[in-house]
Design a binder for this molecule. Structure first.
Ligand SMILES: Cc1ncc(COP(=O)(O)O)c(C=O)c1O
Length: 368
């Protein structure tokens, strides 16, 4: 396949705010719309949805916002393969594979097993159809074993450059700093009222960390409720605060941001508060819950595609809190999931490219 080079984005809200906006590729179609979602309303809370599902005709959702920055900078801006981690149905791996493909670049993936829902199966089929190579292990705890195989025993001809899980480095988080500024602009323009509470899901922290910084820089006073899709050991207030601090430091060092306030003071000054809810994780990361499934079904008929690992659980948390009357006033649900139908990309025979153990897992699951 002949490689194409993407353009750079000059019109990001970060570029309007900072003297030296970090380089950024034009991969996403921004701004994404905001819409009312009356079927999600509580008794005294109107719900709006930030439609990041519409952020790209290649693969939308939140990942493309991060990749615009990550793929624009070393070590990911060259032509080397990328190596990263995720579940066998990981949205992160899928996004990286789909955005590397037109550049003629490849993805090496260290994967761990997930419950094989139809959604996970489709994602895995697309990964294999894109030519992604897997170094698979059973669980997240086995990832060091995948790393050992990758670097020591089964070295690929060209070793990949490491990409942080979820592309949640400080550079990746810049995509969501920009998203926070984008939302501020939409509020100013009257596209939606300032939300009293903003619901967003969290896994590797980049989305929420960037949003906190972006909303604070723009002075959007709100409460960010981060609904975790993973257990507290993997995502917690230390991880989120740590990445938000590093993101702010990057803006100072590389983008000429002159504000001197530390993260907590910046947030307090802007009236941005935040909390993490681990109450929807259920039996574990990527294990569907009843409440999450119900949200996926409820929204599907209304043209909003959620999924059971992240956004269904986030909507379930919002529904529970609105039902308890915890919020009155406008609320925003940030839909970070891609809405694209990827089935046309699936090539016949994709299963044959799976590592034997993963193929066995799929066969056992389909026999159930
Ligand atoms: C659909 C979706 N929403 C949200 C997230 C979480 O974002 P982050 O990893 O930046 O916390 C992910 C992560 O993979 C995701 O796939």
């Amino acid at each position: 396949m002949s490689a194409t080079r993407p353009n750079h984005r000059e019109d990001s809200p970060l570029a309007a705010l900072l003297p030296r906006a970090p380089r950024c590729l034009r991969l996403a179609e921004l701004p994404t719309p905001v819409e009312r979602a009356p079927w999600l309303d509580g008794a005294s809370a109107e719900v709006w949805v930030k439609r990041d599902d519409a952020s790209s005709s290649v693969y939308g959702g939140g990942k493309v916002r991060k990749l615009e920055y990550v793929l624009a900078h070393p070590p990911h801006d060259g032509d080397a393969p990328v190596v990263s981690i995720g579940g066998i149905g990981s949205h992160h791996l899928l996004a990286v594979a789909l955005f590397l493909r037109p550049l003629g670049r490849s993805l090496h993936a260290w994967t761990f097993d997930q419950v094989v829902t139809p959604h996970v199966r489709t994602n895995l089929a697309v990964l294999m159809s894109c030519g992604v190579r897997l170094w698979d292990v059973r669980s997240r705890l086995g990832i060091p074993w995948a790393a050992a195989r990758y670097y020591l025993w089964e070295r690929p001809a060209r070793t990949g450059v490491w990409m942080t899980p979820g592309a949640s480095s400080e550079l990746g988080a810049l995509g969501f700093v920009s998203a926070g500024l984008e939302l501020a602009r939409q509020i100013e323009e009257g596209a939606l009222p300032r939300p009293q509470r903003l619901y967003v899901t969290g896994g590797s922290a980049g989305t929420a960390a960037g949003l906190l910084v972006g909303l604070a820089l723009a002075g959007v006073s709100t409460h960010v409720r981060v609904v975790s899709a993973v257990e507290p050991v993997f995502f917690n207030r230390f991880a989120l605060r740590g990445l938000a601090r590093k993101t702010l430091a990057t803006l100072r060092r590389d983008a000429g941001y002159a504000g001197e306030a530390k993260l907590d003071a910046l947030l307090a000054g802007a009236g941005v508060t935040w909390s993490i809810d681990h109450g929807q994780v259920g039996a574990g990361y990527a294990v569907p819950t009843e409440a999450g499934r119900a949200e996926v079904e409820r929204s599907a008929g209304r043209g909003l595609r959620l999924e059971t690992t992240y956004t269904g659980k986030c909507a379930a948390a919002m529904r529970a809190e609105l039902a308890r009357g915890e919020v009155s006033g406008p609320v925003l649900l940030w839909n970070t999931h891609a809405g694209n139908d990827l089935t046309p990309l699936i090539e016949p025979g994709w299963e044959d490219r799976l590592p034997r153990r993963v193929r066995g897992l799929l066969e056992r699951e389909s026999a159930r």
